[in-house]
Design a protein around this ligand. Structure first.
Ligand SMILES: CC(C)(COP(=O)(O)OP(=O)(O)OC[C@H]1O[C@@H](n2cnc3c(N)ncnc32)[C@H](O)[C@@H]1OP(=O)(O)O)[C@@H](O)C(=O)NCCC(=O)NCCS
Length: 196
């Protein structure tokens, strides 16, 4: 029986549980530090996040916050989890701990770092590089030959135009459109984006 330990019993964790079931996991448990949370998506919460290595089975961190996701991933060997309805080119590199949701498209020669979330219906186009612990949110699009630095979050429905680089640690707001390189860490919103 395939076993999976999901670290973080959140909404994001629920989506990951569904992907796990689609990938043939039958024995799924959650870990969470909130003692009031007893179950998630019909699966039990069996312990705290720091206890991951006490449990048998594959592991994945289901925490939206990139800093916490990175911290929790440090001592755990995480699997790559891909929804069967994602479309992934045969010529893609994907780092450990990355999760790719339903309807996402990752095109040829893209590289996705460790611990990323490529969320529902998003896309990463050809030759783009997504750093470690990034999040490409639901319906966001990173066009071809972009470079997104570590822990940058591309908000829901945002678009990054082709050949654009965004430095590490940025927040790109929901619906934003990035048409030029971003070299200073910060939060950016609007079309075209402005720093706030
Ligand atoms: C950009 C963002 C991080 C800013 O959050 P914040 O720092 O709490 O900012 P506030 O909500 O206080 O908003 C500050 C101002 O920016 C505006 N604003 C915030 N987000 C905006 C956005 N995405 N697009 C346009 N304007 C936005 C607000 O209307 C507000 O304007 P005002 O001062 O004129 O009233 C947040 O709004 C956002 O877009 N988060 C992305 C969420 C997301 O994509 N989740 C995906 C889950 S899969």
């Amino acid at each position: 029986m395939k076993k999976l330990v999901i670290i973080g019993a959140s909404g994001h964790g629920k989506v990951i549980a569904d992907i796990a079931v689609k990938n043939g996991y039958e024995d799924v448990i959650f870990l969470d530090d909130d003692e009031t949370v007893k179950e998630c998506a019909g699966f039990p919460v069996k312990g705290k996040t720091y206890e991951a290595n006490k449990f048998d089975g594959d592991k994945v961190v289901a925490i939206g916050n990139a800093v916490i996701r990175e911290k929790l991933s440090k001592d755990i060997k995480c699997i790559i989890l891909i929804h069967p309805d994602a479309v992934i080119s045969r010529r893609v590199e994907i780092g450990e701990g990355t999760v790719i949701m339903a309807g996402a498209v990752v095109n040829s020669d893209a590289k996705i770092g460790k611990g990323c979330i490529i969320n529902t219906g998003s896309s990463v186009d050809h030759d783009s590089v997504i750093g470690d612990f990034c999040h490409v949110s639901v319906g966001a699009h990173v066009a071809g030959t972009c470079h997104i630095g570590d822990k940058t979050w591309i908000g829901a429905g945002a678009t990054v135009s082709n050949n654009v680089n965004i430095c590490s640690g940025c927040m790109i707001g929901a619906g934003a459109v990035v048409i030029k390189n971003i070299e200073e860490v910060g939060t950016y919103i609007g079309c075209p984006v402005m720093r706030i």
